[in-house]
Design a protein around this ligand. Sequence first.
Ligand code: ATP
Ligand code: MG
Length: 226
Amino acid sequence: MSVVEVRQAAKTYLMGQIKVTALKGVDLTVEGGEFMALAGPSGSGKTTLLNLIGGFEKPTSGSVRVKGTDLAATSADALASLRARQMGFVFQNFNLLPVLTALENVEYPLLLSDKFSASRHRDLARQALERVGLSGHLLHRPMEMSGGQRQRVAIARAIVVEPDIILADEPTANLDHTTGEEILRLMKDINRVSKTTFIFSTHDQKIMDMADRVVRLLDGAFVEGA
Ligand SMILES: Nc1ncnc2c1ncn2[C@@H]1O[C@H](COP(=O)(O)OP(=O)(O)OP(=O)(O)O)[C@@H](O)[C@H]1O
Ligand SMILES: [Mg+2]
């Protein structure tokens, strides 16, 4: 079953009087269990597309369906619930809450989701951190960890609700190359074992090579792989 269906999705932003076209009406189907890279130069529309799929923004025209649900036709509450139960997010700048420990950061999305009973939250968070190799860092705060470790916490936070889809916007951009590859291998491992669908953007050719499928954007349109 397709988990993501993007149909003729266009996005324009109005900057004063000037229209900026970020996406030109793109079609993309992503099947369950895919491990897909979104490539393209700066400004080509990668983040915009991920934001549409995550339901953070609405397309100017066209539609985005996630697991059959048309995001534009969904109430804010239903959208929040879909996100909290089915989606995980990993960002370039980690986006961890600085005052919380690794364990608390990973527990956070469980509080927003009604998928698991509260009594299990601590254990699930601990297990997710174990899975990314951070059992020894449960009580560290983001500032007390390396970039690679922080990105592992971000991945643990994304997988803890056992989502069907993980969206990752340049998850390796702030890491050195070796650490970036380790993070990708970890994501690939989760994809293989849990069949979680991954859609991640990157500029790095070596990281693209690790994907099962590469979709390339140029000036808001697909030029390859879609
Ligand atoms: N909120 C916004 N308001 C106005 N223009 C925007 C906004 N967000 C993106 N854009 C424009 O849309 C286009 C696509 O931007 P987007 O962030 O999707 O590119 P990208 O492929 O993610 O680039 P990068 O690799 O640098 O992250 C760019 O021209 C950008 O300036
Ligand atoms: Mg971007």
